[in-house]
Design a protein around this ligand. Structure first.
Ligand code: ARG
Length: 292
């Protein structure tokens, strides 16, 4: 049996990469409709607490040396805090979301306008898609989720927009309705010349996927961290990594240990209030790649 110390000393050295994120202060946060199993409009919410918890995440990103841009929260759009759904951006191009539910559809024009003003080549969608909630860039490949929100047709569209390979994955558990609730990208940059590992790695919750998708993940990511149902159920995978620091929920104890053993630096931030809307750390974080 190896001791935890031994595991740490044999883990590869990790490099933190600079990130630029888009966030939205939850000034209008509440739960007054339900579009996922976490949302119970009869349960009370505390907007001030949501803002205070969100602020801790914002402050941590700044402390880690990342850049954070802000988009103005719109009254009447309590889910706008989950900016991961606001788009998908690579190399200065922004693919705008087409939300599945009418409750969020008014967010799209605001995000599109923000991307245009920030100098992104902004592409309007034809297909239903929920941005980085369902599209994750891993190395050169886009992992794309479907089953609850983004459609299979959006997988084709996102592939055309960015000219990249898209790997479609089927989500089957309604609690994990976006791909970013079931997969965490640990090393977004691939290639040792960039200070990244030879192969970009992920962590995932096997039970969130159908058999076909699980087989694809096993084949593509033989070294992935497999997260327990317990850690997955507290949104442990809904985390943000810079290649070294991984910001995760304090409730995901097992995942925290797994990350440490692999040489990552887990840092916990509690977003319990925002979990009432069915979102966590990653949901509140949209990565801005390129254009600046
Ligand atoms: N209430 C929001 C919705 O159901 C939560 C979005 C969470 N976002 C995410 N990237 N998983 O759309």
């Amino acid at each position: 049996m190896s001791t935890p110390e031994a595991a740490v000393s044999t883990a590869p050295a990790r490099t933190a990469h600079h990130r630029r994120y888009l966030m939205c202060k939850p000034e209008h946060f509440t739960v007054n409709y339900s579009i996922n199993p976490w949302m119970e409009p009869t349960k009370p919410t505390d907007t001030a607490n949501a803002v205070a918890q969100w602020q801790k995440l914002y402050d941590l990103y700044i402390e880690l040396g990342h850049e954070v841009e802000l988009i103005e929260p719109l009254a009447g759009y309590p889910d706008m805090v989950y900016t991961a759904n606001g788009g998908f951006l690579i190399d200065g191009r922004a693919y705008v979301p087409e939300f599945r539910f009418v409750e969020r559809q008014g967010e799209s024009p605001a995000f599109a306008e923000w991307f245009r003003a920030a100098g992104y080549d902004t592409v309007m969608p034809k297909e239903v898609n929920e941005g980085e909630g369902d599209f994750l860039l891993v190395g050169d490949v886009i992992l794309a989720g479907t089953g609850f929100r983004s459609t299979g047709d959006s997988h084709r569209e996102v592939g055309e927009v960015f000219g990249r390979e898209v790997v479609s994955l089927n989500l089957i558990d309604p609690r994990f309705y976006h791909l970013d609730t079931a997969i965490a990208v640990l090393d977004p940059v691939q290639g040792t010349e960039n200070g990244g590992p030879e192969r970009a790695n992920i962590a995932y919750l096997p039970g969130a996927f159908d058999d076909t998708s699980r087989a694809i993940l096993e084949e593509r990511f033989p070294d992935a961290i497999l997260v327990s149902d317990e850690d997955g159920s507290v949104f442990g995978l809904n985390s943000a990594s810079d290649g070294y620091n991984v910001v995760i929920s304090p409730r995901a104890k097992g995942f925290e240990k797994q990350l440490r053993e692999r040489g990552y630096n887990p840092i916990t931030v509690d977003l319990s209030e925002l979990l009432l809307g069915g979102g966590g750390i990653k949901c509140c974080t949209l990565e801005l790649r390129g254009a600046k």
